[in-house]
Write a protein that binds this ligand. Structure first.
Ligand code: PLP
Length: 301
């Protein structure tokens, strides 16, 4: 069975100063498979299955709260593919059951191997060893970003997205914005909200998209995975006002920055902005556990 294409609704969430802001709800694709992760895996898995492997097996990499690990496990479960996650941090070996992301991935059939941070950093060697051990396996990089992932992002764009002046997405490894940049219309500006503090991202995105229609803006708000009280309040306000759940690692940070930019007149009057809700909602469970330990306000679910 192959992964199907799915069409996704767009919702208006703000009209202020004659600026319209819409959200494309890629989060609605599947409760565990984040929007962009679905499309990043789409061609990778479909091309692999086209080769008719006898025992389809996906191997990928990620941290303990990774949306990509969660998505790969859920897709494996849905389409009957064996999956293995190479997880950063040996300390998790005996306590992964306490981690909501890994627990759910395991329920979806994923096996784990826990590796030290040093081994994890040397992904090329790790990958070669794994491919030797499992010659038939499809090994997908961390975050799922590769050439085929960037191609799959074209499904986030369609006739509904053509009329927008700005296309906005959160940026982690850069694959999603690279695809949006590559497949955007001539007159569209692409804005990427970096949730990681990584100066190499611009060149990485450019190498995939080969267009200069995108800008990267800082949205890390203290660092990858760091959650500010302001952002928690923002996410909870959006939930209350629009019944849309944002996540604290990617989409919450992006949307808070877009609101600020509208406030600060970044966008010319009459602009039509489309932000992609790339999902990531499974990460809220892990975030709330951390917030609870710190006696802080939680993200409402
Ligand atoms: C992974 C992820 C992103 C970033 O995608 P990249 O292609 O790695 O830049 C954005 N939003 C969510 C919810 C994600 O899980």
């Amino acid at each position: 069975m192959k992964i199907p294409t799915i069409s996704i609704p767009i919702t208006q969430i703000l009209l202020q100063k004659n600026i319209q802001l819409f959200l494309k709800r890629e989060d609605l694709i599947h409760p565990q498979i984040s929007g962009n992760k679905y499309w990043k895996l789409f061609y990778n898995i479909n091309f692999y299955l086209d080769q008719n492997p006898a025992n389809p097996f996906l191997i990928t990499f990620g941290g303990a709260f990774s949306n990509h690990i969660a998505a790969t496990a859920a897709l494996g479960n849905e389409f009957q593919l064996k999956t293995m996650g190479i997880i950063r941090g040996e300390e998790l070996r005996n306590k992964w059951q306490e981690n909501p992301t890994l627990k759910l991935a395991h329920e979806n059939g994923m096996e784990f191997r826990f590796v030290s941070r040093e081994e994890y950093r040397d992904k090329d060697s790790l990958r070669q060893l794994l491919q030797k051990e499992f010659p038939e396996a499809l090994i997908i990089p961390e975050g799922g970003t590769n050439e085929l992932a960037v191609e799959g992002i074209q499904f986030m764009l369609n006739s509904d997205t053509k009329s927008f002046d700005y296309l906005c997405t959160a940026v982690g490894t850069g694959g999603t914005i690279a695809g949006i940049s590559k497949f955007a219309e001539e007159n569209q500006q692409v804005l990427g909200f970096k949730v990681v503090d990584d100066d190499s991202l611009y060149n990485k995105v450019l190498a995939f998209s080969k267009r200069n229609n995108f800008k990267l803006l800082e949205a890390h708000d203290g660092g990858y995975g760091k959650i500010s009280d302001e952002n928690i309040r923002f996410i909870n306000d959006i939930k209350e006002g629009h019944r849309i759940q944002l996540d604290p690692i990617y989409t919450g940070k992006m949307m808070m920055r877009i609101f600020e930019m509208i406030e600060n007149n970044y966008f010319p009057e009459g602009s039509n902005i489309l932000a992609f809700h790339t999902g990531g909602l499974q990460g809220i469970f892990g975030a709330n556990e951390m917030l609870k330990k710190q006696n802080r306000e939680l993200i409402n679910l």
